[in-house]
Design a protein around this ligand. Structure first.
Ligand code: UTP
Length: 289
């Protein structure tokens, strides 16, 4: 079954990037000239997604404004002959069918996904974490959707992390399937060093069947008193198995300070307008470090 729906949980408090994220959602922090959420929506659309639900909360309205018409600005751009910019901002408002729902309390990623139940219905759906921007010529979400369509099992985006990092992430038990595809049969969240199953962790993207809602309904709050999506995924892994896709692409964690800087520099280096100048600047700066 073709995956055409996606949800973007973007209702977190973003405490790791305070005070920047106090009045501006971290999903609106820019990478060069586009906010993080735009990269994520574009990736979904390039992956074949037509309907997107963004999970928001109080204070996240700049995201809604970003994908909405802006008549005054549009008229000003037209009047001053800036047709290219006008086209860009108007096209953005037609990029997909984007809807919003508020997560009324910040009760965790699992609870945020739960808020999408009426939107999802009985269809499979992609989840693109609102603070994970993945840059790739082959959209990462699409790589997962194609695997879901082939195997019909929950599919998770996976990447190897360091032995130190895995203690803070989820560690997956994996068996090779083919190429960059794996079967995932077990997982453990924040393992002790002797509990690590592999250095593979779930990062940034997954595609889930609607049966996840039945599991989430019975998932008790876990770490930090929040309803964890990984606790629900664990049940799927142990009962029917999941597919892991070691996706091709570079992931930037926009929920942490270093990730934001890395994204700006690396995306900036490839940017047609500023790439060359930025390269020269960095080379000169490096000499002084
Ligand atoms: P994070 O745990 O990285 O986001 O959640 P956070 O809570 O904003 O981060 P810190 O730790 O306070 O800095 C991963 C994704 O899930 C969303 C976040 O917006 C982020 O995109 N999320 C998290 C929700 O939508 N609702 C929640 O209750 C928790």
């Amino acid at each position: 079954m073709k995956v055409t729906k996606a949800i973007i949980p973007a209702a977190g408090l973003g405490t790791r990037v305070l005070p920047a994220s106090k009045a501006i959602p971290k999903e609106m922090l820019p990478i060069v000239d586009k906010p993080a959420i735009q990269y994520i929506v574009e990736e979904a659309v390039q992956s074949g997604i037509t309907d997107i639900l963004i999970i928001t909360n109080r204070g996240k309205s700049p995201m809604e404004d970003h994908f909405d018409r802006a008549p005054e600005l549009e008229q000003r751009l037209l009047a001053s002959g800036k047709q290219d910019l006008y086209d860009q901002i108007v096209d953005l408002t037609k990029i997909a069918n984007i809807q919003y729902v508020r997560q009324k309390e910040t009760k965790g990623l699992g609870h945020a996904v739960w808020c999408a139940k009426p939107f999802v219905g009985d269809d499979p759906f992609a989840v693109l974490y609102g603070d994970d921007v993945i840059i790739s010529d082959n959209p990462a979400c699409g790589q997962l959707c194609r695997a879901y369509e082939e195997f019909g099992l929950a599919t998770v985006g996976i990447k190897e992390v360091t032995a130190e990092q895995i203690l803070k992430y989820s560690s997956l038990k994996t068996e090779p399937l083919r190429d960059n595809l794996f079967r995932v049969t077990d997982m453990i969240e924040k393992p002790k060093p002797d509990q690590v199953l592999s250095l593979y962790s779930i990062l940034g993207r997954c595609v889930l069947p609607s049966k996840i809602f039945g599991i989430l309904e019975n998932t008790k709050p876990g770490a930090g008193g929040e309803i964890q999506l990984t606790d629900a995924m664990l049940q799927l892994a142990r009962t029917e198995g999941m597919v892991g896709v070691d996706y091709v692409g570079t992931r930037y964690d926009m929920g942490n300070k270093l990730g934001i800087l890395q994204a700006s520099i690396e995306v900036g280096l490839k940017h047609p307008e500023i790439g060359v100048t930025l390269r020269e600047y960095l080379k000169n700066l490096a000499k002084t470090l």
